[in-house]
Design a protein around this ligand. Structure first.
Ligand SMILES: O=P(O)(O)OC[C@H]1O[C@H](O)[C@H](O)[C@@H](O)[C@@H]1O
Length: 568
């Protein structure tokens, strides 16, 4: 296909436009040479996917699979939370706005200084503590409105911070940046038990205790009713605990209290955001696939994935304000579509990888591979049509036009190199348009779940990782206790050996017969011995006054020497 012909077809046919919002989607780069034929091929899929959405929006228990022990058996409510009609009792756009108004009122009392600490101090810092869906949406929204330096640019009466990992170095840095006496930690966890989030909350609360501060007046929780976090918050008199519904999946929870509270603190217009979602949901209920932007994207992704195994989606936003958008979509797509089994329990090992960043920056990294390397990617571009400012630029006239030139140049190069892409253009990065963009992708993912006969609403693999780290934590604690017990005796003999000898010596484990469990225990023992050697004084209060440790590499394995301190 020649370059000109493609553009000619494109501008007459392959464009979706919503005149109410100005949202435009060009899919001339997706090479649907005979669109009518393709849409016709998909007519049963389209029907099935739309019925699936109806079942979801009617509150049916769609989050279930044939693998019974993995099945969550619950309804999925994020579309209902912004639906004008109240199809499922208690869930509608109006109800969500009421919930938000209550949250906003409480948050404004904190921001305005009406609500202070018991010592009469005004709160100065808000730390959002959450991971996965309890982080990505709120963070993306705040960056989308104020940029990455939001504390310098937003002009809010408080500083906003995020912790979303269990990293002691960044935690220390965070503590050094704020005055804990006037800080509120907002712990966001739908389940209320996520190890990273709960661990960070405990660490923060210990710091409060060290300063004799009341835990309650420095904490807010966002979680499901009756979760562990809810009960802990009640017992410790947290300022507030706001609720997420059990039916709201973590990765789509930005339309619930998970997004409401951070947006209220950031004074971002949540109501406009959720109305944007609601508007896109309306567009993506359209039965005619040509009038349904999510169906167009889903059909293109499905067709390209099936026909040429393009399993990767690369998302490039041509505005720095959307730098977190690809991370957000990464969780949405990968957790939803990365599945071992289909809905009937049949092994499929399926997935759709998403990664990306901002254009033009990423044009200087992985775009080379996309243009010239393996044919395994469909590109998704996002562009904001209106600028609020601009600067003169020699090459393109202005800086803004240069950015546009780079987007269009990359599109043309992809066409020349026969690489598929879709471009979505919004008028601006307003909360309404952000809501539209997110809702579009949530619908695409649900349609793809229907096309691919898999449940896009569960995440059993993440559970595997959680269980494995629970095993690691439990066994390593036992090992450390045994080492402490062994060296509690000042006459204890020195230890020399690797993981194998450590299991025999300290855990009395018979290491002769190899097994999966033994292999895991060996890996844990080596990891922990290495960690003790590296961090004895930082992370092992129970060992630091008892032992000294050294490590060497001998015969393809690490060997550790542990002495009692008194025997050095
Ligand atoms: O909100 P939480 O219960 O703490 O969960 C946080 C995250 O945990 C896991 O990674 C789940 O797979 C995600 O979907 C979820 O968003």
């Amino acid at each position: 296909m020649s370059f000109d012909l493609c553009f000619h077809d494109a501008l007459t046919e392959d464009v979706f436009f919503d005149s109410d919002s100005g949202f435009t989607m060009n899919y001339y780069g997706a090479k649907l040479l005979n669109k009518k034929k393709v849409f016709n091929e998909f007519r049963y899929n389209v029907k099935h996917a739309l019925e699936y959405i109806k079942r979801i929006e009617n509150g049916e228990l769609v989050n279930s699979t044939g693998v019974l022990e993995e099945s969550e058996n619950r309804a999925v409510d994020h579309f209902n939370l912004r639906m004008e009609e109240e199809v499922v009792k208690g869930k509608s756009l109006q109800k969500s706005i009421e919930v938000y108004n209550d949250i906003q009122e409480k948050v404004e009392e904190i921001l305005s200084g009406k609500k202070t600490t018991s010592k009469g101090l005004k709160y100065t810092d808000i730390v959002f503590n959450g991971i996965g869906g309890s982080f990505l949406g709120p963070y993306m929204m705040i960056v989308s409105q104020y940029g990455a330096d939001f504390n310098f640019t937003s002009n809010l009466p408080v500083k906003l911070h995020f912790i979303s990992n269990t990293d002691p170095t960044s935690f220390a840095l965070l503590l050094s940046e704020l005055k804990i006496e006037t800080t509120i930690l907002v712990s966001i966890s739908k389940s209320g038990t996520t190890a990273e989030t709960v661990g960070n909350m405990f660490a923060f609360n210990k710091e409060l205790e060290k300063k004799n501060l009341e835990i309650g007046e420095h904490n807010i929780g966002i979680t499901t009713r009756d979760s562990w976090l809810h009960k802990y918050g009640l017992a410790n008199k947290y300022l507030y605990t706001f609720h997420v519904e059990n039916e709201t999946g973590g990765r789509v929870s930005v339309c619930s209290a998970v997004g409401m509270v951070p947006m209220a603190f950031a004074r971002i217009n949540f109501i406009e955001f959720i109305k944007g979602q609601s508007h896109m949901d309306k567009l993506t209920r359209m039965e005619d696939p040509e009038k349904n932007p999510a169906m167009i994207v889903a059909i293109i992704l499905q067709k390209i994935t099936l026909e040429s195994n393009h399993q990767n989606v690369v998302v490039l936003s041509y505005t720095d304000f959307l730098r977190e958008y690809s991370h957000y979509l990464q969780q949405l797509y990968c957790e939803s579509l990365g599945k071992e089994y289909d809905i009937n329990g049949l092994l499929i090992n399926h997935g759709q990888t998403v990664y990306g960043g901002v254009g033009t920056s990423e044009q200087h990294s992985f775009i080379q591979q996309i243009q010239k390397g393996i044919h395994n990617v469909i590109a998704r571009f996002i562009y904001c049509r209106k600028r609020t400012t601009d600067y003169e630029n020699q090459k393109a006239g202005t800086m803004g036009r240069q950015l546009l030139g780079f987007l269009k140049g990359t599109e043309s190069a992809l066409i020349r190199n026969n690489r598929p892409f879709i471009t979505c253009t919004v008028e601006s990065n307003s909360p309404f348009n952000m809501g539209m963009l997110i809702a579009l992708e949530e619908r695409v993912v649900a349609f793809l779940g229907a096309f691919r006969n898999l449940n896009p609403f569960d995440q059993p693999g993440v559970q595997d990782g959680k269980l494995a780290s629970d095993f690691f934590n439990k066994f390593s604690k036992e090992l450390i206790e045994s080492i402490a017990k062994f060296f509690a005796d000042p006459k204890a003999e020195s230890f020399t050996g690797g993981a194998n000898e450590a299991l025999i010596q300290f855990m009395k484990i018979d290491t002769v017969q190899s097994s999966d469990i033994l292999n895991q225990q060996l890996i844990i023992a080596d990891t922990i011995l290495s960690d003790i050697e590296a961090n004895l004084f930082v992370s092992y209060p129970q060992l630091k006054d008892l032992i000294s440790v050294s490590r060497s590499f001998d015969n393809s394995r690490f060997v550790y020497v542990i002495h009692h301190k008194d025997q050095n």
